[in-house]
Design a binder for this molecule. Structure first.
Ligand code: SF4
Length: 208
């Protein structure tokens, strides 16, 4: 870990967010398993990072109850029910869209389940690849809106303006004409409850 990364860990600690550093993806998997006890329940947001880490399968195999909205045979209605259950689970797993060196965290959400999980979870575990660190809050918001959301719309074939035109036009990207992926923006600047939020920084790139 270099001095700047150590500074980020310290800045998160000042904001009452416990931060851990891992050298690689395997280290992140190990840390998540350390943090979540067998028998606990887990909810999670849609996340390329979680997908890349294969965390849902790993947790299920460890005897953790996962409210899996993307499980085989889960239809739309059941998916929404599982998302709601996930918000109230013992642990909520997510990845950040951008973090500033000062420790501000930026998340986008479409329906709001992700925002609700992050804001209300009993225990929140946030994963972050080195690729998601930005200089300041404006750059973090731009990264989320102008880089992450368009790539996710493409990846998931969401009929948004950025999928149609290749750039964000947030002033016209509204339902029902468009399926807007970034309906809500959540910024975490600090945490009140000691120990509720854990942040895992990975030296490797993870997700988008
Ligand atoms: S507001 Fe619409 S066009 Fe802009 S990034 Fe979000 S989904 Fe894409």
């Amino acid at each position: 870990m270099n001095d700047r990364q150590r500074g980020l860990i310290d800045n998160l600690a000042r904001r009452n967010i416990s931060a851990f550093y891992c050298n690689n993806a395997q280290g992140v998997q190990k840390k998540v398993l350390e943090l979540i006890p067998v028998g606990a329940s887990v909810g999670f947001s849609g996340s390329k990072t979680i997908q890349e880490l294969n965390l849902i399968e790993i947790l299920k195999n460890q005897g953790v109850e996962v409210f899996d909205q993307y499980g085989l045979g889960v239809d739309k209605e059941e998916g929404m029910r599982l998302r709601q259950l996930g918000i109230g689970a013992d642990y909520y797993l997510t990845s950040v869209n951008a973090v500033t060196w000062a420790g501000e965290l930026v998340f986008l959400s479409a329906f709001g389940h992700r925002s609700a999980g992050i804001a209300n979870a009993k225990n929140l575990i946030i994963m972050c690849g080195i690729n998601k660190i930005t200089d300041d809050l404006n750059t973090a918001l731009s990264r989320a809106r102008e880089y992450v959301a368009p790539l996710n719309c493409k990846r998931l074939n969401w009929h948004s303006v950025c999928l149609d035109k290749g750039i964000c036009q947030e002033d016209v990207c509204f339902p029902p004409q468009y399926k807007r992926m970034c309906c809500q923006t959540l910024i975490i600047e600090a945490e009140m409850n000691p120990g509720r939020v854990k942040f895992i920084l990975c030296q490797e790139s993870l997700g988008i």
